[in-house]
Design a protein around this ligand. Structure first.
Ligand SMILES: [Zn+2]
Length: 279
């Protein structure tokens, strides 16, 4: 089994606001999400959402399909994620049927079931997961680098905005928290059995995050959340190789062969672009 590991640092260039789920009014009207020690937290799911939207945006350029959780490609896909309930039910039944056949017939393998499913999904759903299968790439919660954190949250005032008119609503004022600029987090991601298309798609998304133009969290229109993914590296590890498997089990990822992510992803992205331009 081939596993892919990615690591880097998320460096916030501006203050940011990743909000706590609504309902409980804590320190301010609109608090940031913190752990039990009061440290600001970024859920891996928020990060994954951003990475998926970047991948969907790049899919068309790479000649790949996205059914559009965030962006839809013109390159029409028949992804079952966007199909009717009847079609979804039909697919679930077919998958169940294939799974049960697998148990009695050795000729039907997990690979058969997966390749059947792959044919029903767009490239982004296949990589980032759908109702029918788990994502093949995982993004754990980034870990706060304590030296970068001053233990202070800032408070700002906001005015309620009418969504239709875009004007301030009289008397609707609230306050919200922000985490100061300069805070850094350790970024990690892990992928399993990724093919060349997956790596082109994931590469385009992760490399876009290194250019400092993207934002994470809420209140982006106020300029909050801009970050840069720094020192991004990748390691391709064959767990069938005894030495690498032992390093993996011991959590000794330092021993993997890490290379700069731009070098790692470039061949996959180039291959896609060359294919499109007919080179
Ligand atoms: Zn899809």
């Amino acid at each position: 089994m081939i596993r892919y590991f990615f690591r880097g640092t998320i460096h916030f260039l501006t203050a940011f606001h990743v909000g706590a789920p609504g309902g409980i009014k804590q320190r301010v009207d609109n608090p940031v999400l913190t752990d039990v020690y009061g440290n600001p937290v970024i859920p891996g799911s928020s990060l994954k959402g951003l990475i998926r939207s970047c991948a969907e945006r790049s899919a068309e350029i790479l000649g790949l399909k996205a059914c559009g959780l965030f962006y839809k490609t013109e390159n029409k896909s028949d992804c079952v994620t966007t199909s009717t309930d009847v079609e979804k039910k039909d697919l679930r039944e077919k998958l169940r049927e294939k799974e049960s056949r697998k148990k009695i017939n050795e000729n039907d393998t997990t690979e058969d079931v997966l390749s059947f499913l792959k044919g029903k999904l767009c490239d982004t759903c296949w990589l980032f997961g759908s109702h029918y299968h788990a994502s093949r790439v995982r993004f754990p919660d980034p870990i706060l680098i304590s030296e970068s954190w001053t233990n202070t949250l800032d408070r700002r005032d906001g005015v309620g905005i009418d969504r239709d008119s875009g004007l301030a609503v009289n008397g609707v004022k609230y306050d919200f928290e922000t985490v100061p600029a300069g805070v850094r987090y350790t970024f990690k991601a892990e992928g399993e059995d990724l093919d060349e298309k997956d790596l082109a798609l994931l590469g385009a998304a992760l490399l876009e995050m290194t250019n400092g133009s993207l934002s994470l969290g809420g209140k982006k229109s106020r300029g909050l959340g801009r970050f840069r993914l720094e020192d991004l590296e990748a390691a391709k590890v064959d767990l069938n190789i005894k030495k690498d498997f032992l390093h993996f089990l011991a959590g000794d990822k330092e021993k993997f062969h890490w290379i700069k992510a731009s070098e790692f992803f470039e061949p996959y992205i180039k291959t896609r672009l060359d294919k499109l331009s007919g080179k």
